[in-house]
Design a protein around this ligand. Sequence first.
Ligand code: WT7
Length: 653
Amino acid sequence: MSEASLSQEHHTFPPDPAFAAQANGTADLYAAADADYEAFWAQQARDRISWATDFEQTLDWSNAPFAKWFVGGTLNAAYNCVDRHVEAGNGDRVAIHFEGEPGDTRSITYAELQREVCKAANALESLGIGKGDTVAIYLPMIPEAAVAMLACARIGAPHSVVFGGFSADALNTRINDADSRLVITADGGYRRGAPSALKPAVDAAIAVGDNPVEKVLVVRRTGQEVAWDDSRDVWWHDVVDAASDQHEARPHDAEDPLFILYTSGTTGKPKGIFHTTGGYLTQVAYTNSVVHDVHPETDVYWCTADIGWVTGHSYIVYGPLANGATQLMYEGTPDTPHQGRWWELIEKYKVSILYTAPTAVRTFMKWGHDVPQKFDLSSLRLLGSVGEPINPEAWLWYRKWIGGDRCPIVDTWWQTETGAIMISPLPGVTTLEPGSAQKPVPGVSAQILDDEGQPFTEPEKVGYLVLTKPWPSMLRGIWGDPERYQQTYWSRFGPKYYFAGDGAKYDADGNIWLLGRVDDVMNVSGHRLSTAEIESALVSHPAVAEAAVVGASDETTGQAVAAFVILRSEAAADGGGPDIVQELRNHVAKEIGPIAKPRSIMVVTELPKTRSGKIMRRLLKDVAEGRAIGDVTTLADSSVMTLIKEGMASGAE
Ligand code: WT7
């Protein structure tokens, strides 16, 4: 079949009987969860997690939307992810095969991981960190990132991982919001063939004003020069390596916070989403088993996400390690030193399960299928997708050129807030529909509502995705802001529905199709960015009077940031021009991080606004996507769009 015709015919893929025969997921799970969902989750919790004290109540929803799961239960997440596998006789099993970008490698068994986590836990305690203290982690993709997270979990200190690509300013905000006394970082990491520094961003983040940081624990990764403050900075190899490898994993309450992770919302201020211990661990272990179909004795699993995002938390650290899986962790980018790097790694480690993002798949499509074809990918048996809708064309390409026309693909919808996979086919059970995440996993309930909040099931009608029952790995709130939690998620359609912020529809077979965000949140390469956050970064530049940002569709990254700015009169008199555009792009990178850099910035003299002063982003989106401009009748001044279009035509950037 030619590649063109691949995307034109409607294909579905029934489960392969051989795959189904060995699959962890079964059709019975749906029936069991439907019959009694609390009993279903109680059983998942007891089967998959080792509890120090059994729980007395599965769910307490009496104070909705503030949930308590597995009430009265106690457990230690690090014990569940590490020690119990050693106790079960699997200490020699590799937990993490690490491949650094320069090609350095380490294979860490569960027994070694246990010693490392114990040492790190002792080191944290020697630095004065104890239960309830939050720890900021700002690290590259190296095993110490997982060790640091597990050490925090072990002592009951919630971690707040900040993606290494975020700027000093973004790090500063997160450190202050979570009140972190300790930051764990590295001198740097390897990126595109060269060392890239991290510690200077930490230094800058805590140089300004009052901040809670007392100590900075630094991993030596690249060996590059770093500025050093003797009273504050400590080398990881000094304190962790010297610490005892014995550490008692004391149990924590099921509802003790496990971590905070910041994500973009519709306002300029990122939200500290926090998750607790028992419910989160239960659902990540369950989904990693039934959706990724991990068989810990035989699989080599690879999730390509960064640990700085929720995907890395749930499906590099907690899910696969709770299940005792063997996984690959890779530090670098897919094209360093060549475009076949991922496929070379799959061949080398015999990776059997690959979990990645549609933006990566579309990039590989662009590079051409002859790149993966040069490698032996026959070890693969399951492929996964996460972060944004995967278009059917990319899905089919992924199946054919990476999955050898044999691997099931699971398109998994979830969010930082949901903690774990919510909507996804079950491989071996579901007949796969390319481009659709299909059905809530057993134990999860979703609906689509219209503008009036009425549920409907008619096909092809577009509405809002809501979740209709609490679930174990649900966020427990926004750190320090219970009001915002209630407002953002539980008020749009009343207190009974969790509002996900995504548009969705059903098809004629009852499959759910996710259609992207319905709020002012963009999705660039599977990363969430808020229009308001980038707008406020732009207006913090002295040359900018006003800014509007939209997500414009982009062939590779899904969406790209398109900005429109009005310059202050002094700057405009200087001519504005290409220099200011470049300067503003760099300014956004400095304020938030390189991922937020606008693809385009257009200098305009007016922005389209309604009579009440609201910017009509819809019209700017039309411009940015090169479409005919839509309805302008609600504009206060309808000539504005003509001016903007003329600016476009005359080649303004
Ligand atoms: C938003 C959540 C889930 C971890 C990575 C992103 C979008 C995520 C899918 C998918 C369509 C998806 C949604 C969601 N999204 N997965 N399979 N199909 N859309 O986590 O940064 O919290 O973003 O990503 O819009 O709301 P996040």
